[in-house]
Design a protein around this ligand. Structure first.
Ligand SMILES: [Fe+2]
Ligand SMILES: [Fe+2]
Length: 186
């Protein structure tokens, strides 16, 4: 499948704003890949398809995950939407004919992060937070921070911001996010 065909399929399956967001993550991931010496094509495709499983409604996520033998953690049980990352990692092969473990991994960790992340995984996690259509308090500071810091410094900042944001809302913090942040600190 060509990138143009991927875009057409994605566009037909996601709502408009989600499709625009996906293009933004792809472009941002490509920029970061150039800057940090990561495979540019993989970064673009991972960015483009990272939210492909958002074609499923929240209510359907558990079933869609079970269908694909995806393990459902206790946090995911309470927040099934998180599973779009795990399902997306498989859906890229099913629907977009992308058979690439590194891209799959990057999609799998784009929401809650994880242990031993590769630079591609870090780039997709961060691109998802700062792509141009993202608009939340602190996003401009995060974009600025990225201009003159290393990828690990950027990740530490992004993970810290993300945890702080969840704490403020009294939300559940996924253990994978804590592991990812502790790893950077240690
Ligand atoms: Fe997502
Ligand atoms: Fe996203």
């Amino acid at each position: 499948m060509t990138v143009e065909e991927m875009k057409e399929t994605l566009k037909s399956r996601l709502k408009g704003s989600r499709y625009i967001h996906s293009l933004g993550v792809a472009d941002t991931a490509l920029e970061l890949a150039k800057k940090f010496g990561v495979n540019e094509e993989k970064a673009y495709i991972a960015g483009l398809l990272h939210d492909s499983a958002r074609e499923f409604e929240n209510e359907a996520m558990i079933d869609e995950a079970k269908k694909r033998n995806i393990e459902i953690g206790e946090v995911e049980e309470k927040m099934p939407l998180l599973l779009h990352a795990n399902i997306g990692a498989v859906l890229i092969k099913e629907r977009y004919d992308v058979d690439d473990e590194e891209i799959g991994k990057a999609i799998e960790t784009h929401t809650v992060a994880g242990r031993n992340m590769t630079n591609l995984q870090k780039i997709i996690y961060f691109a998802d937070m700062i792509e141009p259509s993202r608009d939340y308090p602190g996003v401009n500071e995060l974009r600025k921070f990225a201009e003159n810091h290393t990828l690990d410094e950027i990740m530490l900042e992004a993970l810290s911001e993300s945890i702080a944001f969840i704490l403020e809302k009294y939300g559940l913090i996924h253990p994978a996010t804590v592991f990812a942040r502790n790893e950077l600190l240690m």
